[in-house]
Design a protein around this ligand. Structure first.
Ligand code: 13P
Length: 284
C-alpha cells in the first residue's frame, strides 16, 4: 500500500475514540520494530521524523524506509514531519514523499503561527498531504532542543479553537501538561483543556510527550478527544537498555546484529503495548 495522509484514519480515531500512535523513526531498526508490531496488531501507524532524525538518516533513506514498510505491511502508514520549524522544511519533505507534516509555530505570536500554518495547509492540502499544528509550549527535551518546564505554557482553549477554524489543520497539538523526554515526576494533564477544545473542533487533539504517561491517564485523555499520541523516548530507552545489558554481559560481542536484533525486539514490544493501550489494534 502507498503511504497515506493521516486523514486516512484520524477521523475514524476521533469518532470511535481510539488514538493512533506516532512512533518516531530514528534508524532502520526503529522502522522495522514499529511496522512489525503494527502489522501483528493490524494497526494504522504514523512514522514521526524530527528534523534531527531526518538529518541523521538522510531524506532518501527516510522516505525509502517508510515506503518499504508500507509496501511490506499493507497497512495505512503516514510519513510525518515532527515539529517542522519552517514553511520551507515542510515543502522539502512534501516534495520528497512525506504524506504528512507538522508545522510547529508555537514559539511565534498567535497571529504569526496562524499565518504560516495556514500557508502550509494550503499547499499541503492541494497535494493530498495532512497537517498538524501546535499551540502552547510543550516542555522537555527532544533532539537538541530543550524547553525548560517553567517556560512551557499551557494552550489557551479559545485560541486553540480559533487556530483550528482559521488554519484548517487536520489535527492539533496543544500543550496540556505532558513533556518530551523522561519525566521527573508524574505529568499533570489538564483534561479540562482537552475536553473544551475537542468538543468544538472536528479534528483530534495530539498528545506529545506520550512516553512515561501512566496508562490510566492515556485512556482518560483519549476518552476526552486525543486521537494521536507521540512516542519516542520509551523506544529509545528500550533500545539503549537492551544494548547496554548485552555489552555488560559480553565484553567480546562485535557483530552489531547480536545487539541490534534484541534491541529491535525490545522496541517492538514497547510499540505493541502502546498500540493496545491506544486502542488502534485491528483498526487498519
Ligand atoms: P516522548 O519524548 O515522550 O516519547 O515524546 C515524543 C514526542 O512527543 C515527539 O514529538
Amino acid at each position: 500500500m502507498p503511504l497515506v495522509p493521516m486523514t486516512a484514519f484520524l477521523s475514524k480515531a476521533k469518532e470511535e475514540k481510539f488514538a493512533v500512535g506516532q512512533f518516531n523513526m530514528n534508524n532502520l531498526e526503529f522502522a522495522q520494530a514499529i511496522v512489525q508490531a503494527a502489522k501483528e496488531e493490524n494497526s494504522p501507524l504514523i512514522f514521526g521524523v524530527s528534523e534531527g532524525a531526518l538529518k541523521y538518516m538522510g531524506m532518501e533513506f527516510t522516505v525509502a524506509m517508510a515506503k518499504a514498510a508500507a509496501d511490506w505491511s499493507g497497512l495505512p502508514i503516514a510519513l510525518h514531519l515532527d515539529h517542522g520549524s519552517s514553511f520551507e522544511v515542510a515543502m522539502k519533505c512534501i516534495r520528497a514523499g512525506f504524506t504528512s507534516v507538522m508545522f510547529d509555530g508555537s514559539h511565534y505570536p498567535l497571529e504569526e503561527n496562524i499565518r504560516i500554518t495556514k500557508k502550509v495547509v494550503e499547499v499541503a492540502h492541494a497535494m493530498g498531504v495532512s497537517v498538524e499544528g501546535e499551540l502552547g509550549t510543550i516542555g522537555g527535551t527532544e533532539d537538541d532542543i530543550s524547553v525548560d518546564e517553567s517556560k512551557a505554557h499551557l494552550a489557551n482553549p479559545e485560541e486553540a479553537i480559533r487556530f483550528w477554524k482559521e488554519t484548517g489543520v487536520d489535527c492539533l497539538a496543544i500543550a496540556v501538561g505532558t513533556a518530551h523526554g523522561i519525566y521527573k515526576g508524574e505529568p499533570k494533564i489538564h483534561y479540562d483543556i482537552i475536553d473544551e477544545v475537542a468538543r468544538q473542533i472536528d479534528v483530534p487533539i495530539v498528545l506529545h510527550g506520550g512516553s512515561g504517561v501512566p496508562d490510566e491517564s492515556i485512556k482518560k485523555a483519549i476518552s476526552y478527544g486525543v486521537g494521536k499520541i507521540n512516542v519516542n523516548t520509551e523506544n529509545q530507552v528500550a533500545m539503549t537498555n537492551t544494548i547496554r545489558d548485552i555489552f555488560e554481559k559480553d565484553k567480546k560481542v562485535y557483530d552489531p546484529r547480536k545487539y541490534l536484533g534484541p534491541a529491535r525486539e525490545a522496541m517492538k514490544e514497547v510499540v505493541r503495548g502502546k498500540i493496545r493501550l491506544f486502542g488502534s489494534n485491528n483498526k487498519a
